[in-house]
Design a protein. Structure first.
Length: 127
C-alpha cells in the first residue's frame, strides 16, 4: 500500500489511496477508490483549511477538476503539532488514474496560502 507525502510552508499532506474491489464493477467500468488524507501542521501557528481544488485524471488522459469549500463539509482549524484526518472516494471509468491538487489555508492574521496535495496513483489491484 502506497503513501504519498508533500510539505508546503510547514503543512504536510499525506495521502493513502485504496482500491475498493467490493464496490467496483469491472463490466460497467466503475472503479471505486477510497483515499485517506492526513494534514499535519508542523508550523508555529494555527491554520484553517478553507478550500480544496482537485485534479483527477484517468488512464485515457481525461481529467476533471473538483473544488469546493473545506473537506467533507468541514473547514477545520489545525493547531501547531496537530493533524486533521479525513477520507473520501473517487470513481473512475478506467482501472488506473491519479489525483492531485491544493488546499487553500488561512493563518490567524488572515494571510492565505496554497498547500500541495501530492499526486497519488489510483490503481485497481489487490490491496
Amino acid at each position: 500500500m502506497s503513501t504519498y507525502t508533500a510539505t508546503t510552508e510547514g503543512i504536510t499532506v499525506t495521502a493513502h489511496p485504496v482500491y475498493l474491489d467490493g464496490q467496483s464493477d469491472i463490466i460497467r467500468r466503475k472503479f471505486v477508490f477510497a483515499y485517506f488524507i492526513r494534514i499535519t501542521n508542523n508550523s508555529g501557528e494555527p491554520v484553517q483549511l478553507i478550500h480544496r481544488h482537485w485534479f483527477i485524471s484517468d488512464a485515457h488522459g481525461d481529467s476533471k477538476q473538483v473544488e469546493g469549500e473545506g473537506v467533507v463539509g468541514k473547514q477545520p482549524v489545525i493547531s501547531p503539532g496537530e493533524s486533521h484526518d479525513y477520507n473520501s472516494f473517487c470513481i473512475l471509468e478506467t482501472f488506473e488514474g491519479s489525483m492531485e491538487g491544493t488546499y487553500l489555508m488561512r493563518r490567524e492574521n488572515g494571510d492565505e496560502f496554497r498547500v500541495t496535495i501530492p499526486r497519488f496513483i489510483l490503481r485497481a489491484a489487490a490491496n
